[in-house]
Design a protein around this ligand. Structure first.
Ligand SMILES: [Zn+2]
Length: 75
């Protein structure tokens, strides 16, 4: 199956103040959805769902220094 990447805009900020929607750890990434609304994830959950999130996101805000799994091209 071919993967269509819509390449959401990725914004880096010095820090995020929110908490992960899944585990309440400090947020490392905020995902604005194309369908509206947003999701906030810690590094663990953001990267765990990176591929899925990239497909539904219009914009992804990551904390500076966080290595977002979907940000780099696949090796
Ligand atoms: Zn989490």
């Amino acid at each position: 199956m071919m993967t269509t990447m819509l390449s959401p805009e990725i914004v880096t900020v010095p820090s995020l103040v929110d908490r992960c929607d899944s585990c309440s750890a400090a947020a490392k990434a905020e995902i604005a959805l194309t369908s509206g609304g947003s999701l906030v994830f810690c590094g663990h959950h953001a990267n765990k769902n990176a591929e899925k999130l990239t497909r539904v996101a219009s914009r992804i805000t990551v904390e500076d220094g966080f290595e977002w799994a979907a940000q780099s091209p696949p090796a």
